[in-house]
Design a protein around this ligand. Structure first.
Ligand SMILES: Cc1ncc(COP(=O)(O)O)c(C=O)c1O
Length: 402
């Protein structure tokens, strides 16, 4: 028996993925904070609001009432019913709560389960760039081949259908879209989505649509779920969750909606990843997600994001050397810093070390985005103002020097 291998060695699967640059920035922020610096963070991908009071109270009650045991693999039935009703209200797509909704422990788990259950060794899955980093890495972990389609800033990071079509091959099994988009803030319009649906039928691939930010939409922008187009419920899997809409990132609760046949496969993977999401969290959310108080708290949060977005754009307009793509959804803005003479990585690095403001170099979300930083406006107006004062000063020094 030859057992002469290094037991500390990672699997090839692990070697295929890289640590996230966002995490590295957040770790550096932690280090600086520990050494006594006050950092203004416009880096986080999470609301700075508290979880709605009724959800918290109902969850505490569920714990006190000892709902602390395993639950259904698919998720707590009352929660699935509520998700089904909410999705129907928002998109007019009816998912059967018994067979077509799966509650997961986060949107991230929903993405993992979906990709693992569909992608096989060598399958190609198209992913736009820039994008949330999990898609590309999960495709790699699943043995698939991520096929990157670059979104161009000069095209406002919108999808160019001809570009998508060019990337389709005999091995294309999946297209991943994120609508509304992190980091670009783009919300795809009906026409683009219709064209994607046509391609999905013509070339026979599934569309995985991450709609995590579907409730964070600004101005007169309209959000359409890909599943609401004729025939698309059976050709798509929708990822969503509670992290962003209910300010619940630490609770780790997400969900998947898909046709029954597709869901059966996803459910198997879910059973062997987390079995079920924490019972008391599901019960608390089911009880508290649609009370009048929760609705009010959520809409106040969204109104706040809308105000901050406008304010942030006004402040950026006044900084010579910076330009941006107007975000229509989510809570991020992509800012071009190339006129400062620095790339996004250098700008973000120096802004953090010299001015103690944290933003994300967008190259961490898309290799082509070297000129960009991602700013999150999920921070208080005071933090945005203080950070923008420092950015204005920092940018002025650079532009004058150029
Ligand atoms: C586009 C997108 N999808 C999914 C997630 C994951 O959300 P969760 O906190 O539920 O894992 C995020 C988190 O930042 C995200 O930006």
């Amino acid at each position: 028996m030859n057992k002469d291998y290094d037991i500390t060695k990672d699997s090839n699967r692990v070697k295929k993925v890289e640590p996230s640059l966002i995490r590295m920035v957040l770790n550096r922020v932690d280090e600086l904070r520990k050494s006594g610096h006050e950092i203004i963070a416009l880096s986080a991908g999470e609301p700075d609001f508290n979880t709605p009071a009724d959800i918290k109270e109902a969850t505490i009650n569920a714990i006190n009432n000892n709902y602390t045991h395993y639950g259904s693999n698919r998720g707590y039935e009352k929660l699935r019913k509520k998700i089904s009703e909410k999705i129907f209200e928002e998109t007019e797509v009816l998912y059967d709560y018994q067979t077509e909704i799966l509650v997961t422990s986060s949107g991230a788990e929903a993405i993992n389960n979906t990709i693992l259950s569909i992608i096989e060794e060598g399958d190609e899955a198209m992913v736009f760039s820039p994008a949330f980093v999990n898609y590309e890495n999960m495709i790699k972990i699943s043995g698939g081949v991520p096929v990157i389609i670059n979104l161009r800033p000069e095209n406002q990071f919108e999808i160019d259908i001809r570009e998508v079509e060019k990337h389709i091959t005999e091995r294309t099994k999946m297209l991943v879209i994120n609508n509304p988009n992190n980091p670009t803030g783009v919300v795809y319009d009906r026409e683009v989505l219709e064209q994607l649906c046509e391609l999905s039928v013509k070339y026979n691939f599934i569309i995985v649509s991450d709609e995590m930010y579907s409730k964070l939409i600004y101005g007169d922008t309209v959000f359409k779920s890909i599943a609401s187009f004729p025939g698309m419920k059976d050709r798509s899997v929708i990822i969503n969750g509670f992290s962003k809409t209910y300010a619940m990132t630490g609770w780790r609760l997400g969900f998947i909606t898909a046709s029954e046949k597709r869901m059966n496969g996803i459910l198997k993977i879910h059973q062997y990843s987390t079995t079920c999401s924490p019972t008391f969290i599901q019960m608390g959310v089911a009880e508290g997600m649609d009370t009048e108080l929760t609705k009010r708290e959520v809409s106040e949060m969204v109104e706040n994001f809308a105000k901050r977005r406008i304010h942030l754009m006004k402040r950026l307009d006044k900084i010579n050397g910076l330009s941006y793509v107007i975000p229509k959804g989510a809570f991020y803005i992509m800012v071009n810093v190339s006129k400062t003479g620095l790339d996004g990585m250098e700008y973000a690095g120096r802004l953090l070390e010299e001015k103690y403001v944290a933003v994300i170099p967008a190259v961490g979300l898309g290799k082509m985005c070297t000129d960009y930083i991602r700013i999150s406006f999920a921070a208080s107006m005071e933090s945005i103002d203080a950070a923008l004062d420092r950015m204005a000063e920092f940018t002025k020094q650079l532009v004058n020097h150029n």
